[in-house]
Design a protein around this ligand. Sequence first.
Ligand code: SDX
Length: 429
Amino acid sequence: MADRKAQLTVDGLEKPLDLPVYSGTVGPDVIDVRGLTAEGLFTYDPGFVATAATESAITYIDGAKGMLLHRGYPIDQLAQNSNHVELCYLLLFGELPTEKQYSDFEKTIRNHTMVHEQLANFFKGFRRDAHPMAILCGVVGGLAAFYHDNLDITKEDERLVSAVRLIAKMPTLAAMCHKYNIGQPFNYPRNDLSYAENFLYMMFGNPCEEYKINPVFAKAMDRIFMLHADHEQNASTSTVRLAGSTGANPFACISAGIAALWGPAHGGANEAVLNMLDEIGDESEENIQRYVDRAKDKDDPFRLMGFGHRVYRNFDPRAKVMKETCDEVLGELGLADDPQLKIAKRLEQIALEDEYFIERKLYPNVDFYSGIILKAIGIPTNMFTVIFAVARTIGWISHWNEMISNGYRIGRPRQLYTGYAKRDYPTDR
Ligand code: SDX
């Protein structure tokens, strides 16, 4: 892979080090620094700002161009022409399915949406007001207790059985978290509905009346699943890979990914955006400006949630599609004047003209508008990150499968140690 090299000169080393340089299909070249350990050196990169932890062929983000490719296809084209189940196939297998492959895959997913009846008992151990992400973390990890079969991760067909189970069952488990929170009975999935329609039915259907699927909501839900499906080596995907590198079963790895996603700096941001818009409350110019000023103030912990991204130094292409979807859904519902949407749009406008945000290349990210759509559909705020987890399951399991299929070593980062040097225990204490 390496026909080029980087030369590193280090004070105290006799001669410069030659380190191989690799190029990908697109994107920055990488310097293979593994040879440093032979010289007693490590690289130092807290937060992995400049570290390629793996090779991958699934998703590519060009932060400067605001471009997101899934197996080479741009996210805006996929959002326009595809659906979440087809995107799951593409991410997992690497190519768009033929008509037959799609129908077989879609049917397999539909036929695995039910969960073991015994799993319902897991929920009873939680308080009714438990955060649904806490419940989801526990229940998904618990799936390993039900699927002792097909957990040999060295076998491709067994890995794919777990992948299908997770893609199919996450919407069911997510809806069960919500139903448990509100004290309503769980809805069984229905095989006559699409992936997004089924999720909405399990979330909002109840035994007392027929639930009518709103096609606008179903389309918006499917698009939200697609826009959150995968995003290279983000914090939760890297967590899944690290857990997977120990040989842990896929359910444990996905549960670890759910835990990492929960943080407000990551997938928890969509819930934090709505809480922020609630806190801002008044859409007057001076009030909004006051919050923008707080976001810029180093001594104020307030941040504009839904803004900024480690990779995108231009717009987040998903935010653009999300904003269009937001306008569509609220327009259909006659909520174009929704106060929170007005505050969000004004925040975005001010921030995009403000030197502080321009200088730091802080633009709205995928989470900025998604919460407004979810709220308009009737999804409670505490379920927003759960929906992100449902969507991101395909990304997590595709990366897990890619790693396990291609040979891997246990992930074991090193450190710069700044604690005490060796000292003796005081025996005269
Ligand atoms: C997701 O990695 C992924 O791909 C994630 C994701 C995915 O699909 O998996 O895209 C999903 O997690 C999107 C991000 C959602 N998080 C938020 O919206 C939370 C608010 N954003 C910030 O917390 C922050 O922007 C991050 C976490 C997204 C990025 O953090 P970085 O890259 O470590 O940037 P940083 O914190 O070093 O900030 C650089 C500067 C700092 O100011 P200075 O020290 O240079 O003066 O920008 C400032 C920060 O204070 N800054 C913000 C800000 N985000 C960064 N200031 C105000 N409001 C913000 N939102």
